[in-house]
Structures are given as structure tokens and as C-alpha cells.
Design a protein around this ligand. Sequence first.
Ligand code: NAG
Ligand code: NAG
Ligand code: NAG
Ligand code: NAG
Ligand code: NAG
Ligand code: NAG
Ligand code: NAG
Length: 869
Amino acid sequence: MLKMLAHSAWLPFLLLMCVVSTLWGYPFRPPLDLDVTPRTTVLSNGLLGLRRFRGSTLNYSLLLLEEEAGLLYVGARGALYALQASDISSSSLQTIDWEASDDQKQQCLNKGKDNKTECYNHIRFLQRFNSTHLYTCGTHAFSPLCAYIDGREFKISSAFEEGREKCPYDPTKGYTGLLIDQQMYTASQYEFRSFPDIRRNSPNPTLRTEEAPTQWLQEADFVGSALVRKNVSSSVGDEDKIYFFFTEKSQELSPYFSHSRVARVARVCKRDRGGLLTLQKKWTSFLKARLVCSLPDYEFHFNVLRSVFFLEGSGPQDSVFYGIFGLEWKNVKASAICQYSVSDIQWAFDGPYMESREESSSKWTQYTGKVPEPRPGSCITDQLRAKGINSSTNLPDDVLHFVRRHPLMYRQILPQKQRPLLFRRNVDYTKIAVHRVTGLDDQIYHVLFIGTDEGWLQRAVKVDGQLHIIEELQLFEKPQPVESIIISEKQMSVYVGSPTSVVQLPLSTCSRYSSCFDCVMARDPFCAWDGLECVEITSHNRRYESNLTQDILNGNQGCDESTADDQVLHRSRSVMAGDDVLLQCELSSNLATPEWKLNGTELRGYRTDSGYRIGTDGLLVIEARPHQSGDYCCFALENGVHVPVVIYSLTVRQELPAPPPVEPIRPHLTTAIYWTIQTSPSDSPEDFHPNPMSPRFEFLSVRNMKAIYLSLITILGGLCFVLTVVLLYVGFCLQGRRGKYSLRATARTERKRGAHLELKTISSHCNGKPDAHDGLLQIVPGEATTSPNKELPPAPPLPPPPESEYVNGLSATLPSVLRKMNGNSYVLLRQTDGDTTSPLCYSFTEELNRILEKRKHTQLCSKPDESSV
Ligand SMILES: *[C@@H]1O[C@H](CO)[C@@H](O)[C@H](O)[C@H]1NC(C)=O
Ligand SMILES: *[C@@H]1O[C@H](CO)[C@@H](O)[C@H](O)[C@H]1NC(C)=O
Ligand SMILES: *[C@@H]1O[C@H](CO)[C@@H](O)[C@H](O)[C@H]1NC(C)=O
Ligand SMILES: *[C@@H]1O[C@H](CO)[C@@H](O)[C@H](O)[C@H]1NC(C)=O
Ligand SMILES: *[C@@H]1O[C@H](CO)[C@@H](O)[C@H](O)[C@H]1NC(C)=O
Ligand SMILES: *[C@@H]1O[C@H](CO)[C@@H](O)[C@H](O)[C@H]1NC(C)=O
Ligand SMILES: *[C@@H]1O[C@H](CO)[C@@H](O)[C@H](O)[C@H]1NC(C)=O
């Protein structure tokens, strides 16, 4: 009988848990160790120090930072802006409106172009030309134009120039360009029908790539370019080189990769003047090589280059390119980041060439014949000048002929450590920027800022050839690709351009870490713990203070473990035997795993008979028994350190409890639906609900009935109750799973009717971190008007509940939940609708679901028969 009574209260609890479990849980760490999980996740409403600029137009794709002037130039659709780099949201901005005329737009439409995207003037190029002027190009509704901009007045200062040699017609076509010594180097497939081309434009002789008999570029899609300066102190007398990065159709045969496209880097010399007869007005220094970014053990080849960033160092060894790679299949999301040093690229360009025996054949193999002198494709050095070869026009004809037929190098450029720094599934990275930061250990760390196609920015640090993602930040609520990232050391800011706005964020937000362990485990080279708080060490000269703690290498040294205890939350819970108890413990780090100790002994939660389940945000004690009372301590295990988070003193009572202490309702409720029940000391049915309520509320008295039954005062009442319960059980078993879905509906009706229950429904996010410590279901009885946020409305007389509520049987059971969760035991509910269907929600959720479903069916549906006998 008693058992059955207990079970009657179990049922709604289980139903609640079903709802809970559908949305609950964080993933445990994925098995592949290069697939790194960001340590913390910050949603857009949790960003600190964010500034945003949004003009009257769209497509803020192009950013140009001028540190000395403190200006950030933005190229958008039909407009250019000059913003204050210190605060891009400040009103002191200058604007150039430059949209294509209506005539021009009409012509664009007549060409069959899209009037929503293509027939506008998308700014594609903006760079400094000389000390007073900038140079810009726009697609101008499929008829590109360029112009000079007077930097001081921020006005277009010249007549428009023809732009078809310098700027693509199509706003989405891959394009890259540089202005070096007032010469423009660009690469794109400029027109729809034209071949892709790397060009140098006026004033010096125009140069291009060769198209016949050997086409140097095959359907190339350009993503970036960089100037790599010569070593001025070197005696070789080399010259500056320009590198172009792209993906193109593969020409070489390779036994182990069958892709039709490959990532490449090409190189030309800045002072190339073309050949005299052969290769007239063509590059004499063009060479290209394959960039490899593969997971060798997984036979996974990332062959599409999406973006590059050049981090210039003092020499070719520490000048590095970072590349973001993707897969050829458009519908598979995956990204890899590979790093190449300039010296590795030079090594490939100094190696053997490839050749193709038949014209226009795709069978390229290593060239093993004689290589003419001077070495084809090299720049003019002092050594050549000494031989009278002052410029590329002096090069011998056989060299130029060789160059013309052998643009491809045999050696492939492998990334540092022969593997990607990072590989991620389900993420498409779009852009990257990298910054050097000196840690407290005087090591130089590379901090990477990586943008995704959905508007997130990830900050990562390279340690030992691997990336640790410090955090991921949601910059835009509406998913949109990150289109540019620029770092300002002077402003200590990062700027991100996207289709709808430009965002400015501090390079780091150390204050987000509230404890020494949190600060150190973040492994953020910008941050250190000073004994009281997590501080930025780069902005002030704080790095020389002796009391700072930082550990980039391991992320676990330097914090005093005893101080961690000060941060621990203490809670007490008091429940009835047979209850399921959820002890919540949310970990701020996605990399931490939870561990629980009962009276100092570790609990293992995965054996089915243990009576415990450990999830990433809590411990579930299944059917608590008195001997399970004790101190439950939750630890976050990260980088080998156990950090205590919360301690619960759990009391499981066999008999009627003394009046439980009323725990204050926490005001910062964020996640999901919160109810609290506060049982009044006398705990009699009358006290608990002063108004005679709908039949549901009679079940509130189940426990009291039990007490009465036990004390043999109201045997008759007990029997009546038994009958009701049996009826309910039958009803539930017939209902099956429907109850899971109807619970929410009931809750809503409840609120609508203004009953004495207050429900808070606040949107939750699977990855979100509620700031409340108790993300709980709280039921506030009518007379306890301690509503956290607003006054309870006066309770109107309740109409009889609509028939439909009885059909699903839930309205009748809800109060039993309340009873069961008396005192300080809580149940967490998460909302089921909204954007919570993240693929990351699994594991614990599923397990819980399984357990609960099983219990519901095996115990609840079979036992009524037993007990009714
Ligand atoms: C410009 O922004 C719109 C709106 O987000 C987007 O649909 C379009 O693709 C963007 N165009 C370019 C060229 O980036
Ligand atoms: C584009 O053309 C369609 C149909 O021709 C028209 O309905 C729409 O208003 C145009 N959009 C713009 C932005 O001009
Ligand atoms: C910079 O270039 C512009 C455009 O050619 C020219 O008008 C201006 O005089 C130049 N400024 C200087 C300082 O040379
Ligand atoms: C530049 O060349 C000089 C002389 O060859 C050499 O000693 C020096 O290391 C080089 N510098 C760099 C950064 O490579
Ligand atoms: C190369 O330049 C040197 C000095 O500038 C000059 O004496 C020599 O004639 C030039 N050679 C050629 C082939 O132009
Ligand atoms: C750390 O040292 C600096 C100066 O040495 C001092 O200003 C600061 O208060 C110290 N911090 C703590 C928490 O002691
Ligand atoms: C834990 O310690 C408390 C108090 O010392 C004790 O009452 C309880 O029985 C212990 N629990 C277990 C499971 O050992």
C-alpha cells in the first residue's frame, strides 16, 4: 500500500524528468583528439565589451585598419565608412555613398543578373595608395570601377577609373589584391567567361599569367595573398615576393588522393618585368605548389582552401601562414586549420618541377630532365646581376620557355608537424586572424581568432603544435558568415565584419573567470590570476608583478587547492525515502567532467545497480534511501585537477519529516520553468491550499493521508484514496507516452488561469549556462507571494478545469509532483520548444530517458495490479 502510494507520486515526477531529459546535457569529449571542443561557450547576451556598427546598408565584408590614425575603414554594399577604431559604435563616422546608378542597375538586370545581390556596387578592394590617398574598387552592378579616396576628407577625389582589369564583376567571386609601392597585384576570375588570372596593373608594365600552351591556373578560386619581404641583410640580394593562395582543378596524378580540386600557393617576384620576346607581358617568375592539409590516419584530405592569414616574423622560419581548409563536398561540414612556414614553402619552390608530356593532359609527373640556368622562376639576385642579367627581360630564352611549360612544383608543402593543428566536424570556419602574445613564461604564443559560417568567433591558443580553443563567442544572434577579422594591438580589439554589421570585441575578457582555477585552466595567454581576480596582463604593465599565476602549457599549475574550497557552494536537501533527487552541478567548462563524492568516497554512476546517475550537470539519486544521506560533493575534473563546485547535505527521511527549512528563492532565474514548493510548517492540506481547489489538489494531501493512514486515524479516507490512485494508474497505463507532451500544456493552462502556481518559462539553450545556481522547477503556493520577479496576481476563483485536462490525466497529477518535491528538493525542467535541438544534446539525456521510460513501464504499470490485490 505504502509502496503504491509512493509510486503514485513517482509518476508525475517521472513525466517531468522525461521533459527534462529531452533537452538536457552536454556532450562528453569526442574521441578524436584533434577535434577540439571549445572550453567555454558564450552566447550573444553574455558578451562583454561588445561594440557594434551597423550602417544603412548590408555586406560589411571589407575591413581596413590604420593603427596610427586610429581608423577602421569598412567597405560595404554601396558605401564606405571610416570608423573610430577605439569605438566603432561612436557617432563620429564618415561615409562615402557610392552606389551604381539606376541606368547601370538596369543594364545589369538586362544581363540577367540578380537584382537582390549582384546589381549593386559591392566594394571589393580598399587599400592605402600613398600617404594621402586610398584606392578602392567596386563591382558597380557588374561593371567594375575604381577610384582614389582622399583620406583626410574621406571623399572620392578623382574621376572613376575602369576597373575590369582589377576587380571581378561578380561580388561573390574569389578575389584577392594588394597595393605594393603603388602597384596593384590582384588575382581572380574577373569575368564570367575569362580564365582566372594573377595580374599586376599600371603604372609599371602590366603582367599576367600564361594561358597557352600551358594554362597556369585551372579554374582557380583565390582566397588570399601576401607580400613576403626579402632579407635585407642577406648577401643574396633577393627581392620581395608575392604569394597567392587558391584552390584549383587538380593536374597531378597521385596514388593516394582522388580529388578533383587541390589547394595551392603560387609565387611571383615583385620586380618581374616579363620576358622580352618569350613571355612578353607575362610573369617570368610564376611558380605554384600544392598545399597539403590531411589527417593521414583517417585518410581525410582537406583540399579546399577557404582563407589564409599571414603572420609575419623576423625570418622565413617564424613567418607563417595559417590556412582554413574544408572538404570538397559542400554538404559536409568540417574544417581543418594547417600552418605552414615560409621556409617550407620556399623549400618546395627550390625543388624539382613537374611536367606534362602531352599538351593539356592532366597527367603531370616529376620532371627529371636538365634544368636550364639561371634557375627558372627565381627572382633576379645579385649573382645574376653580376652576370649582366639586370631584369627578367634579360633572361635567356630557354629559361623562359622552361618557365612557360613548368609552372607546377613537384614537392608538396606539408603543414607543421605534418598534420592539421585542428580538425572539427560540424563546423565551417570562414576566416582567421592570428596574434602573437607573450605569456608570463616569456614564451610567445599564437592566439587564433577563427570565424564560422554561423556568426561565432572562436579564440584558440597554439600550444605544442595543437590548438586549445579557449572559448567560442556567439557574435550574431542570426546566423551569418564571418567575412573578415582584423586585430588591433593598439586598441586591444578584434573587429569582425559580416553581412549585417561590424563588431568590435576586446582581445580577451579575463574578468569572466571568477576563480584561480578557472583563470588558469582557460590557458588564455592574455589572462593571469593575481590572487583576487583574473586580470589582463598585456594591457597594463602588470606582467612584472610577482603575484601573477598563469599556466598556458598545462592549465593546472599555480593555484592553491585549499583556496578552491572558499568558492564552494553549500546546500542542503531533505527528501523522503523513495524520492528521486537531482543534485545539480553545472560546470562552466565544456572540458571538465563531473565527479561526485559521498562522504569523501567517489561515486560511480554508470553501473545500473548503483542507484546513481551522473550527468554533465547533475547527480540523480534514484529512489533515495535513508542510508544514502550524507555530504555529496561535486567536483569538476579538468586537466587532472579536481575543483570542488558544490556540496549538498542530503537527508533522506524515512518517516514524516520535521518542518523543513525553507530555502530562499533565488532571484536570478533563467533556464526553463521554475517552481518552488514551500510547505507550511503544519503541512496540513488546509494550510497548503486555502481555497478548495480543483480535484487535482486533493492529491496534494497524499503524504498527509499517508500520515493519517499510518496513525490509523482515517482508515476510511485512506481506502478511498487507494481507489482513486488505482483508477489513476489504470488511466496512466492507457495514456502511455502522451503524458510527456501534455505536461507542458497543462502548465500553460495553469498560468493562463492565474492559479496559485507561478510558472516561469524562459527560453533556454542547450549550450547556454544559466546564471542561477538552481535551475529548478519551483512551485509557489498561493499565499507565499514571494515571486522572484513580479507580484502574483490575486487568485481568481477557479473554474472547473476543462474536460480535456482529464483526458491526458496530467492536470490531476501535477499536485502530486508538488507534494513529492516538498521542502527543498527540486526538479529541473527545461523548456522543450525553441532552438534547443542542438545536436550536442545527448548522452546523459538519452540515458535518463531510457531509465525513466523503463521505470515508468516496468514499475508503474505492472505494480497497480500487484498492490490492488
Ligand atoms: C550580402 O548580404 C546579404 C544579406 O545577408 C546576403 O544574402 C548576400 O549574399 C550578401 N552578398 C555578398 C556579396 O556578400
Ligand atoms: C527584383 O526584381 C523582382 C522581379 O523583377 C522585383 O519584384 C523586386 O522588387 C526587385 N528587387 C529589388 C531590390 O529591386
Ligand atoms: C597620392 O596619389 C594621389 C592620386 O594619384 C595624388 O593625387 C596625390 O598627390 C598623391 N599624394 C602624394 C603625397 O603623393
Ligand atoms: C638574413 O641574411 C643574413 C645573411 O645571410 C642571415 O645571417 C640572417 O639570419 C638572415 N635573417 C633572417 C631573418 O633570415
Ligand atoms: C645592368 O646594370 C649595370 C649597372 O646598372 C649596367 O652596367 C649593365 O650594362 C646592365 N646590363 C644590362 C644587360 O642591361
Ligand atoms: C599583486 O601585486 C601588486 C603589486 O605588486 C599589488 O598591487 C596587488 O594588490 C597584488 N594583488 C594581490 C591580490 O595581492
Ligand atoms: C555520511 O556521513 C554522515 C555524517 O557523518 C552519516 O550520517 C551518513 O550515514 C554517512 N553516509 C554514508 C552513505 O556513509
